[in-house]
Design a protein around this ligand. Structure first.
Ligand code: GTP
Ligand code: MG
Length: 417
């Protein structure tokens, strides 16, 4: 029953953890910017000879203005990044297309993807690409046009092409997820440069394995290199092409057990990215990206999910893909909040703390100055008081003297008469 399969556009997507955190930290940094800018403006209009602020203190606040501006820029561009790796033709591009619910990336038999392709949201409604070798925006309307643009480029396999895509069909893009497709790890000698250029800021890695074979050494070695550069990367393993198992139902359970065992060994004992086997089991999925993509394209067109012949176990595989998406979303949003915002939160606190310190020192100095001024004013007033009283005394004394003198003169005059 196709109605029972709800799409992953659930209202409460775990991606909202990141989306909300990003909005909140952006708002807070807006306030921090206002505070630092206001403080700086205030300090700059203080008279030069006021002795209230030193050059060094002014420099501290001034440098924070630039710093906050830079952090705000980084914050507005922050996103959650997931990178897909695996051998050629395991279905990396098809997995990404299924998650995006649309055939965006070229896929096909043989070696298809020949450079890194990063799909991210387009701010306007247009789809276009920008490649590393030019600043030109090339419009792309269809997957064949995109494939053509990628073929004609003379880029190496470590180069990056950014594809900007409208978000109307792709909730992941709307919620700031950026998906990076890669060429097969078995066809390139440049794995170190791949890691330097594309992996260090990834929040989640998805190894797209082929369930028709087994995990290969090339795949394992690549992830050993990744985990040597990043502490405990988040790794999911998709055993893709699991629809093939339907043709051999008698081996299905056994093959699944064997793949699971080996993959869990790899994640826990060899790569050491999961602490326990239970934790690792939550990172391994058996899916068919091709089926999911077709089902979602049908669904979008208003057709039943599975037109034509339904391969046995389709619903189970579809559910498992959705389960992967849910766990992936939880993992990526929590990890991105931690790695991207933790540092900015600490820096924001330090910036506000420094600025407040300078303003408090300034306030202290201003209060001391005012106190000193009012003290000297009080002294002058006291002195005036005293002088006035002295004057009064003197005046009284003089009056007495003059009176006496007048009396004396009067007396003498009366005698003379
Ligand atoms: P490169 O870009 O060449 O490294 O390959 P890729 O890993 O991106 O594989 P791609 O998505 O191009 O898929 C290769 C072929 O496998 C295509 O013909 C897909 O249709 C097919 N394919 C992908 N996923 C599945 C699946 O789950 N089941 C089956 N049966 N075929 C699949
Ligand atoms: Mg590909």
């Amino acid at each position: 029953n196709s109605l029972s399969i709800s799409p992953t556009t659930a209202i409460q997507s775990p991606l909202q953890i990141f989306v909300r955190a990003k909005k909140r930290i952006n708002d807070i940094y807006g306030e921090v910017e206002q505070y630092v800018n206001d403080s700086c403006k205030f300090l700059l209009v203080l008279p030069n000879d006021s002795d209230l602020i030193t050059k060094e203190e002014l420099l501290v606040v001034n440098s924070h203005v630039e710093k906050v501006k830079g952090i705000r820029e980084v914050l507005s561009r922050d996103h959650m990044k997931v990178a897909f790796f695996g051998r050629t033709s395991n279905g990396k591009s098809t997995v990404i297309n299924s998650m995006l619910r649309e055939r965006i990336l070229p896929s096909g038999i043989g070696h298809t993807t020949n450079c890194f392709i990063q799909v991210e949201k387009s701010e306007n409604d247009e789809s276009y690409l920008i490649s590393e070798d030019s600043a030109e925006r090339k419009n792309v309307k269809s997957v064949s046009q995109l494939a053509h643009s990628l073929c004609t480029g003379s880029l190496g396999d470590s180069a990056l092409v950014r594809v900007y895509w409208p978000t109307d069909k792709c909730p992941l893009l709307r919620d700031d997820v950026v998906l990076v497709d890669s060429p097969g790890i078995d066809v390139s000698p440049n794995l170190d440069s791949w890691i330097d250029r594309h992996c260090l800021d990834a929040d989640v890695f998805v190894l797209v394995a082929n369930s028709e074979s087994t995990l290969m050494l090339t795949e394992k070695n690549f992830f050993f290199k990744v985990s040597a550069r990043l502490s405990k990367p988040n790794v999911f393993v998709l055993n893709n092409r699991w629809d093939a198992s339907a043709s051999e139902p008698e081996y299905l359970e056994e093959v699944r057990r064997q793949h699971l065992l080996r993959t869990v060994d790899f994640l826990v004992d060899e790569l050491k990215v999961c602490g326990t086997r239970t934790e690792a089991e939550q990172r391994v999925f058996f899916v068919s990206a091709k089926e999911v993509l077709q089902a979602r394209i049908n669904e979008f067109k208003g057709l039943p999910m599975n037109t034509g012949i339904v391969t046995d176990g389709f619903h189970g595989r579809y559910f498992e893909f959705q389960d992967f998406e849910r766990k992936f979303e939880e993992c990526i949003s929590k990890s991105a909040v931690r790695t991207k915002f933790d540092q900015h939160t600490k820096r924001g606190k330090a910036i506000v703390g420094d600025t407040r310190n300078v303003m408090e020192i300034l306030l202290d100095r201003a209060s001391t100055k005012r106190a000193a001024k009012s003290q000297s004013r009080r002294e002058v007033l006291d002195h005036l008081d005293f002088t006035e009283k002295q004057l009064q005394l003197v005046t009284v004394e003089m009056k007495d003297k003059i009176c006496k003198m007048v009396e004396e003169v009067e007396h003498k005059v009366s005698k003379a008469l």
